[in-house]
Design a protein around this ligand. Structure first.
Ligand code: ATP
Ligand code: FE
Length: 364
């Protein structure tokens, strides 16, 4: 069977087609980054309008590139949540309408949890066995979970962020440093810009230790944003902030963020050692997982604990429709998540992943 995947959870529209083995026929996306950069942060009204405008032509383009026709599709998988309601709505509408008008048997409509799709996508090329631990670091989330089996009810949440998400704080940091003013970063996301400028930096400030004594696996990033602002202001009081100052600060900022994530992930790995000794891999995904310094630190952490770190291909770390279609392949094979177009609810903006065990780590 062939699966059409549709993603519109936040600010990127994407459409992709896979076969039942995960081979990609075509994948097209339309980033909204440049529309939102001037205002900093995503404007929901603009995001919604752009999804509405861009999704139908993306669908056509995807069929053109794949050489398939709508009759060749058997399963439609779309992002049901979590995300921005006014964005999710357009992907869900497209999915339901496409389902009604087209599709060959077995004719399946499947709503996908966006974060679980991030956690499943490495299986497209590396069929790591369940159960595994997963660290999802992205624009809106920071989650440490156990994926016991396929399906959101099979997920156990060991930790999540108490305030903002790592991608969001990196985007905020890039705005504070005004990185988009430099032509070399003008088309980069905040996280990418911080990663690139960090390569020219020297670590001149002590790396922050955020919540170092906590034994749980919850994350906190908002203090990091305030610290950057404070450091930047204190330099600005003395002199004009130079490119080199920014590179040094970016490196300090990125290193502190990575240190925090790895420290808390280590707490989760220690918990699993006792309660889930059969787990020996950590799947790392989400937009921030594209960061190579982050990957290096997480791989080293895993090496110390005899875990294997597994990453999706870099282009599948950030939002994409391949991961939604792939989750559709897995769900269709397992016969779960199947919906009817007549269902009342086709998108869930706030949708928690799995069972909450975060308190169990505190008691540990
Ligand atoms: P969520 O998945 O939580 O709903 P999202 O869908 O917006 O959020 P993704 O597309 O998975 O998130 O990730 C986008 C985030 O990843 C942005 O905040 C961006 O700055 C960050 N990011 C992208 N590339 C890098 C990089 N190389 N280093 C660090 N962060 C990065
Ligand atoms: Fe995402």
């Amino acid at each position: 069977f062939n699966v059409l995947g549709i993603e519109s959870s936040f600010d990127d529209s994407a459409v992709g087609i896979l076969d039942s083995h995960g081979n990609i026929y075509a994948h097209v996306e339309c980033s909204q980054l440049l529309h939102h950069l001037p205002t900093g942060g995503v404007n929901p009204v603009i995001a919604s309008g752009l999804h509405k405008q861009n999704l139908p032509p993306l669908l056509d383009q995807c069929f053109d590139r794949s050489g398939l026709t709508p009759k060749d599709i058997h399963v439609v998988a779309y992002t049901k949540g979590p995300g921005l309601g006014v964005s999710l709505l357009h992907g869900a509408n497209l999915a339901v309408n496409f389902f009604r008008e087209n599709l060959s048997p077995p004719r399946l409509l499947i709503g996908i949890h966006h974060m679980l799709a991030h956690a499943l996508v490495p299986r497209i090329s590396n069929r790591i066995a369940f159960p595994y631990l997963t660290l999802l670091a992205s624009g809106g989330h920071c989650l440490l979970c156990i994926v016991q089996e396929l399906g959101i009810s099979e997920v156990i949440r060991l930790g999540s962020t108490l305030d903002t998400a790592p991608g969001n704080v990196l985007d905020h940091g890039a705005r504070l440093l005004q990185l988009s003013r430099y032509p070399e970063f003008s088309e980069c996301s905040g996280g990418q810009a911080i990663e690139r400028i960090s390569l020219r930096g020297t670590l001149r400030h002590p790396v922050l230790n955020i919540l170092p004594r906590d034994r749980n696996a919850n994350f906190s990033f908002s203090g990091l944003g305030s610290s950057l602002e404070y450091k930047l202001n204190s330099i600005a009081k003395q002199r004009i902030v130079s490119y080199q100052d920014k590179a040094d600060l970016a490196l300090w900022f990125q290193t502190s963020l990575i240190r925090h994530i790895t420290t808390k992930t280590q707490n989760g790995i220690r918990f699993c050692r006792i309660h889930f000794p059969q787990i020996n891999s950590l799947v790392v995904s989400g937009g921030v997982a594209q960061n190579l310094a982050f990957q290096k630190a997480v791989t080293e952490l895993c090496r110390q604990h005899n875990y294997t770190a597994v990453y999706p291909a870099l282009e599948l770390c950030t939002d994409n429709a391949v991961m939604i279609a792939w989750a559709g392949v897995e769900y269709a094979n397992a016969g779960i998540g199947i919906e009817s177009p007549e269902d009342e609810v086709h998108f869930i903006p706030r949708w928690k992943l799995g069972e909450d065990w975060t308190m169990k780590l505190t008691q540990n």
